[in-house]
Design a binder for this molecule. Structure first.
Ligand code: GDP
Ligand code: GDP
Length: 438
């Protein structure tokens, strides 16, 4: 596949405005999915879009670690990997503070990566270009681009410039037939490769692997229960394909690429290890992108009753996506639970691609309203008139009415559950969009 999203990494010392810029770049999609239950906002990795071009933004906030815990360490390593995999680096500095020693260290550090770097002076609102940028010329990255992440000034110019060499991205639906694209994601050692090998069968041929070309991804086609599937690369496939025992680095960015291309994501966790925040983070990314999600709790073999209870407890406690994601207890090694898992892959695919007609959706809406009308706001009833489909993978349902901005969250969730039940939307994070007027 050569239709990967470009990766833009944001780098800079603390407080230059990386997360403000990150939020601004990834913001529109958040608005669309903001009503999802159990969604944890992932601060560091996100999808963004500008003038028909899609890209992935990585906030490498962890570049300068200040805490020693495991998650910070991973963030740090992931920041390095993100820089290695980045197509373009935005090096942020602060117009208010001027050039600091930390900026100079970062400037030196970035040279090692031999990547295109754009020096961006943030917080430049109200300053002339010359005032904002003059101080930074000696960092050695040429003339800086002034922006205001907070106000949005300068962003179109900046984005047009860095995205100019990347093609417009076709939506994934456009590229083939009814093949189900599956991504298997999870932390290192949870059993992804074992699961993949089991699904593909022993004698499969792995597509030629090319070490060093991190942008290439591998897609493996296979049939399962009479259906065509394509398995989308995450690090798991590649590592096994290597003769040279190079340990492939676990890459959140690659995981994001795979999620993007998938219809259905199987998130694997290890029942014999701690299930925790990193697993939840990965699943948060899937929910954020609106992909169908199935949770596979692996290594279920060899656990006694107490261990199983403990694992189940951790799954329900720590992974807040169970509200819609089907849950499977499997053993990739023994092959147990895989037929049922793959049946759900088919069901989730059907759900995420489901076509829902306007009269059917409107009837479902009317039924839902009839049995449980929305509460009145200041004496006025909220009217919900009709609904139509706004897209699939992920399914989007647009509900039209008046005062829809006053609808309570619990009522929106009630509606989502009604639609989910009637249209059998298994495993998908259904997005409801409300419109007032027309
Ligand atoms: P990070 O540590 O690099 O992620 O920085 P943040 O995004 O958290 O921003 C640090 C501070 O700078 C916050 O108080 C922001 O509100 C502020 N800030 C970010 N962007 C701008 C901007 O364009 N103009 C101004 N004046 N302040 C900004
Ligand atoms: P990956 O890094 O996620 O691809 O994980 P691997 O597939 O390489 O598996 C990591 C380790 O877990 C290996 O030693 C596997 O043999 C083991 N493993 C994988 N699946 C299972 C399972 O279902 N049960 C048990 N007991 N071990 C497993």
């Amino acid at each position: 596949m050569n239709d990967q999203f470009p990766i833009i990494a944001l780098v800079g010392r603390p407080n230059v405005g990386k997360s403000t810029l990150f939020n601004r770049l990834t913001g529109t999609r958040d608005a669309l999915v903001a009503d999802l239950p159990g969604l944890t906002r992932d601060r560091q990795y996100g999808y963004a879009e500008f003038e028909e071009k899609h890209f992935i933004v990585v906030d490498t906030g962890g570049l300068m670690p200040d805490s020693g815990d495991a998650l910070a360490a991973l963030a740090e390593e992931q920041a390095q990997i993100a820089l290695e995999e980045a197509d373009h680096i935005l090096f942020l500095v602060d117009a208010h503070k001027g050039r600091l020693g930390a900026d100079e260290s970062i400037a030196r550090h970035l040279r090692k990566f031999k990547k295109p770097v754009t020096l961006v002076v943030n917080k430049a609102e109200g300053q002339t270009k010359n005032q904002a940028t003059a101080d930074f010329f000696t960092l050695g990255y040429g003339e800086a681009t002034p922006i205001s992440a907070e106000k949005g000034d300068g962003l179109p110019v900046l984005l047009r410039e860095i995205l100019k060499d990347f093609p417009e991205t076709p939506p994934p639906e456009a590229d083939d037939d009814d093949t189900i694209r599956v991504a298997i994601i999870g932390r290192p050692n949870v059993g992804k490769s074992t699961l993949i090998n089991k699904l593909l069968g022993e004698e499969r041929v792995v597509a030629a692997d090319q070490p060093g070309t991190t942008r290439d991804s591998i897609a493996v086609k296979f049939d399962y229960a009479g259906r065509k599937h394509t398995l989308i690369d995450t690090a798991g496939i590649r590592r096994r394909a290597r003769v040279t025992e190079v340990i492939e680095k676990f890459s959140i960015v690659k995981t994001l690429q795979a999620i993007e291309r998938a219809h259905v994501v199987i998130a694997v966790v290890d029942a014999q290890a701690d299930i925790g925040e990193q697993d939840a983070r990965l699943m948060g990314l899937v929910a954020h992108r609106g992909r169908a999600l199935i949770l596979a709790v692996n290594k279920w073999d060899g656990l006694d009753k107490a261990d199983r209870e403990k694992a189940t407890y951790h799954v329900t406690l720590k992974l807040p996506f169970l509200e819609y994601a089907p849950l499977h207890y499997i053993s990739a090694k023994a092959g147990t639970g895989l037929p049922k898992l793959m049946k759900d892959v088919q069901d989730c695919y059907a759900a995420t691609m489901r076509e829902m007609k306007t009269p059917e959706l409107t009837r479902a809406l009317e039924q839902a309203v009839e049995s449980n009308p929305p509460p009145a706001v200041m004496g006025r009833r909220i009217k919900l008139r009709y609904a139509h489909q706004g897209g699939n993978n992920p399914p989007v349902i647009v509900v039209h009415g008046n005062q829809t901005d006053k609808l309570a969250t619990h009522y929106k969730r009630y509606l989502a559950n009604q639609f989910r039940a009637i249209f059998k939307l298994k495993g998908v994070p259904l997005a409801l969009v409300f419109k007032t007027g027309d």
